[in-house]
Ligand binder design. Structure first.
Ligand code: UTP
Length: 519
């Protein structure tokens, strides 16, 4: 326990950084609370965090001027599109990706350190069950997609060298232990234990707008993870990139935990990026309308970055090309490719100079009596780096645009919100799986054996002679439910392959689930 002299030293240190208020409740604290607070303050790198605060605030106020005049869209020669690429080329990319997986040079890295405040659950978002018939959580779905992909690569190239695809999971203070326990309890969902590497990102204190560190309780400092761009610091400090290099991994696919449709280590995306010699790449989906609040990948002063909707004027957001498509349409979905070499350079030479961004938030804090409350308006900031902040360091950046319905449905909010909820995630998965099944030759019927028509505005049209148009459907009086409940286990199919021998020519009733024999 600290003595009076140590307390004085601590007080002096705090006041030299303008943070002496952190001890304001000291006389009221129990010995245990005093120890908690003393340790927290000792562990704060005060010089560094107050410097971050100053740098972040001055950067954000000078950077607010609109970027419109400095913006350029993604250049055509680095902009690939899954929709506009022919089948042969897609197969070529896929084979490049699968070959690298078989060579043991591909890893995946999941960003799962967020607090999931909007979804409002107290456990890691990856453990969320959106209510599929299988009751699988996001973590389980992702684990099984990795297993299936290993099988595909192995079948195509006669085995996999080394250990298969390592899965790195970045967690934070709150999500690390539950994540580790969860995987252990479920026997790593069939993955090799040594292929799962869970590590923790850094935390930073929250500040009031005038630079005071916020107390969450009388004896606890308010802290939050340092953003998904905290990845780079964690890769260095937790020696994760050393592990990546030791395993001979040359390419990493980095993605967010909350996209239920995510294609882990998508061989087509990986193959596209590798064939272009890219060191860094982003998968995007087309922005659907000018006001959509999505960040777009574009060039600013000649360097690639993501520009948020709030940083540009509506006029710029509305700009269209001759073909009618939005000029700034490459919607960022936090789905990236990096070479290990690129990441090595980032963590050795660039990470320190990447700026934090300001997130103004309602941060729980104490009143003058030391009682914790949640303010009704933002009272301070969290400082966060973003994973895409490194695009500007790329020497060969490419973009791969994919179909939203096939690849992107994020879980952000609790049910009841207008979008990105458990229900939308579940429905988007059903819809995609319905298309896969129809493409493989399945026909869906109601209980009375009447045929359920396919979706109309389908991906690449609809399927196998089941196409219909609105008029046909109305004429026949055919009605379809909003979604057909159908779920294909990722252990059976990664992206629609391997289904014909199960379902071709079969009539399926909902709910329909297709499981692997071992399930
Ligand atoms: P979001 O910005 O959507 O944040 O994260 P969130 O924590 O999931 O949800 P809210 O905003 O609190 O409601 C996008 C991705 O970045 C990860 C998240 O886990 C998610 O996969 N992330 C976010 C981190 O890994 N670390 C962070 O510090 C923040």
């Amino acid at each position: 326990m600290m003595n009076g002299a140590e307390l004085e030293i601590l007080e002096a240190r705090l006041s030299s950084f303008g943070q002496q208020h952190l001890l304001q409740f000291w006389p009221q604290l129990s010995p245990a609370e005093r120890k908690e607070l003393f340790d927290e303050i000792l562990n704060l790198k005060l010089e560094e965090v107050t410097q971050f605060f100053k740098r972040t605030m001055s950067f954000s106020s000078t950077d607010q001027k609109k970027l419109d005049d400095r913006l350029q869209p993604v250049a055509d020669d680095v902009y690939g599109s899954a929709l506009r690429t022919n089948e042969d080329k897609l197969e070529l990319y896929e084979n490049i990706g699968l070959r690298e997986i078989a060579n043991g040079t591909v890893g995946v890295l999941l960003l799962a350190g967020g607090q999931g405040t909007r979804l409002g659950v107290s456990y890691p978002k990856g453990m969320y069950n959106v209510g599929l018939p299988s009751q699988k959580t996001l973590y389980q779905i992702q684990a099984e997609r990795i297993r299936r992909l290993e099988t595909l690569a192995s079948e195509k190239f006669n085995g996999i060298k080394g250990n298969g695809i390592p899965w790195y999971i970045m967690t934070s203070e709150h999500t690390k232990e539950p994540t580790l326990d969860y995987f252990a309890k479920h026997n790593y969902f069939g993955l090799k234990r040594e292929n799962l590497v869970v590590f923790e990102q850094g935390m930073l204190p929250c500040f009031t707008f005038d630079g005071k560190i916020i107390l969450e309780t009388k004896s606890k400092i308010s802290k939050s993870p340092d953003g998904n761009g905290g990845l780079y610091r964690a890769l260095r400090e937790k020696k994760i990139l050393d592990d990546v290099e030791r395993r001979g991994i040359q390419y990493l696919h980095v993605y967010c935990v909350d996209n239920i449709l995510v294609k882990m280590a998508d061989p087509v995306f990986m193959g596209f990026a590798i064939s272009k010699g890219a060191d860094c790449a982003a998968k995007t989906v087309e922005k659907t309308f000018p006001e959509e609040a999505v960040g777009v990948v574009c060039k600013v002063d000649g360097k690639y970055r993501v520009v948020e909707y709030s940083e540009i004027t509506l006029n710029t957001a509305k700009r269209r090309n001759d073909d009618g498509r939005l000029t700034f349409s490459a919607g960022n979905i936090c789905n990236h490719f990096f070479t290990t070499e690129f990441l090595r350079n980032i963590i050795d030479n660039e990470e320190n100079s990447l700026m934090h961004h300001v997130a103004k938030k309602k941060i729980p804090t104490v009143d003058e009596n030391g009682k914790t409350f949640v303010p009704s308006a933002p009272n301070g900031i969290k400082m966060e780096k973003f994973v895409f902040d490194v695009f500007q360091c790329s020497k060969n950046f490419v973009v791969w645009d994919v179909v939203r319905d096939e690849e992107f449905s994020p879980l952000k909010n609790a049910d009841g919100a207008a979008k990105d909820t458990p229900t939308t995630a579940r429905h988007d998965l059903y819809t995609l799986h319905e298309r896969f099944l129809r493409k493989a030759g399945a026909v869906f019927v109601n209980k009375d054996k009447s045929i359920i028509p396919p979706l109309l505005n389908g991906l690449n049209g609809t399927t196998n002679g089941q196409e219909a148009n609105n008029n046909d459907i109305e004429k026949c009086g055919m009605k379809r439910p909003e979604v057909i409940v159908c779920e294909i286990s990722p252990l059976v199919s990664y992206s629609g392959e391997n289904l014909e021998h199960f379902v071709a020519g079969k009539t399926l009733c909902q709910p329909f689930t297709l499981r692997a024999p071992e399930e």
